[in-house]
Design a binder for this molecule. Structure first.
Ligand SMILES: Cc1cc2nc3c(=O)[nH]c(=O)nc-3n(C[C@H](O)[C@H](O)[C@H](O)COP(=O)(O)OP(=O)(O)OC[C@H]3O[C@@H](n4cnc5c(N)ncnc54)[C@H](O)[C@@H]3O)c2cc1C
Ligand code: FES
Length: 347
């Protein structure tokens, strides 16, 4: 199978999406979620045919569907030869190579290593691929379950944390009631087979060593921002790193040991719970700062001046409303540069 994207001629292995094939061939196509939700990989099908993995994906609007030729590169599998154009006729760019470049994604068989319950609805899921997955802190993979369900999950530790020979991926997974993938993962047993596709994602660590960093994770969005904060301190131990973690209640707080370790390494960690924490919880998590409120308001309250975050890089991950609220309050007001803000919305 072959797809032509502008001037790029890309070979697609059977069943692979246009996005995966193009990234693997070294083209830097636009995308965000790789999951059909955001629409940033939208393209025009100029000739040939593609099959959509998710025909109703919200990444295409009703208007797009009426046009009849709009496709999502992350959901499209070519059926024979196809020609795809990027929006506005933009030419695909060559992906950067060399040190710090994004690793090239691929697909590989994997199995569940372990499922460790961290709270009533959140588990640390270990996935063991048959070959190591090189990734950057902050990136995610798509897990494809035996029934074909595909969902994105972010790696929750920095890659270099792995002891020699430990090539597993660690993911913080919050169970969504009735959710197909998260319910399957919550009930999975060691050895259960699945497929890992990736790594994907642009919200990975890329800050120069001397730049202060603010990370904000909501719910299971804690996973990737912990990995980012750890990586930032590994790269430059004296760097100013501040991590905000938004949870619903103090009973939902997970990975407290990792947060304590981050703080011991010099980061400032703020846990912000929607429901005010009990006095007992404040003691239990000490010396972490735990307070009640919305994490978005906590970030605002701690940085009230228009220039307080100037010069910072900001990493955000978690529920779409939280990430969008932070983008509105930090980026659209000009308090943080758009080119210094890296985010994943868990659509
Ligand atoms: C970049 C990114 C990183 C993420 N990282 C994490 C993480 O680290 N931890 C975590 O807990 N969650 C993460 N998520 C959310 C995760 O991918 C799932 O959405 C979540 O676990 C719920 O999935 P579910 O199958 O259990 O629920 P469901 O309700 O069954 O599905 C959830 C979502 O999947 C999408 N969907 C529905 N049908 C289809 C279909 N046919 N094909 C494809 N998609 C469909 C819809 O957007 C739906 O809202 C991430 C999401 C994104 C985009
Ligand atoms: S990257 Fe394809 S819809 Fe988000």
């Amino acid at each position: 199978m072959r797809v032509r994207i502008g001037d790029a001629d890309v070979v697609c292995a059977p069943g692979e999406t246009v996005l995966l094939s193009a990234l693997r061939a070294g083209w830097d196509l636009p995308y965000e979620c790789a999951s059909g939700g955001c629409g940033s990989c939208k393209a025009v099908l100029a000739a040939g045919d593609v099959r959509s993995l998710w025909p109703d994906a919200p990444g295409l609007s009703e208007r797009d569907r009426r046009k009849g030729d709009r496709v999502l590169a992350c959901q499209s599998v070519p059926a024979g030869e196809a020609v795809v154009r990027l929006p506005g006729g933009a030419a695909p760019q060559r992906a950067a190579s060399g040190p710090g470049a994004r690793p090239v994604p691929g697909r590989r068989p994997a199995r569940i290593g372990a499922v460790l319950q961290l709270s009533p609805d959140t588990a640390l899921v270990t996935v063991v691929p048959d070959r190591p997955v090189a990734y950057l802190a902050g990136q995610f993979v798509l897990l494809e379950l035996p029934d074909g369900t595909r969902r994105a999950y972010s790696m929750s530790r920095e890659p270099t944390d792995a002891p020699a020979g430990d090539d597993c991926l660690e993911l913080v997974v919050r169970r969504v009631p009735g959710g197909r993938a998260s319910s399957w993962l919550a009930g999975a047993a060691a050895g259960d087979p699945l497929v890992v596709e990736g790594p994907y994602g642009r919200a990975h660590v890329r800050s120069p060593a001397d730049r202060p960093v603010v990370c904000v994770g909501g719910g299971s969005g804690l996973g990737p921002v912990v990995a980012v904060a750890e990586r930032c301190l590994t790269e430059s131990p004296d760097r100013a790193v501040r991590l905000y973690y938004g949870a619903r209640t103090d009973a939902d707080v997970v990975l407290a040991d990792r947060l304590l370790r981050l703080q011991a390494r010099g980061a400032r960690v703020d846990v912000v719970t929607d429901v005010p924490p009990s006095a007992e919880a404040a003691g239990r998590f000490a010396p972490l700062a735990v307070r009640g409120g919305r994490v978005v308001e906590a970030v605002d309250a701690d940085h009230p001046g228009p220039a307080d975050l100037a010069g910072h890089d900001v990493y955000l991950a978690g529920p779409t409303p939280m990430v969008d609220a932070l983008l509105a309050s930090l980026v659209r007001t000009g308090r943080v540069g758009a080119d210094r803000t890296f985010f994943d919305r868990f659509l």
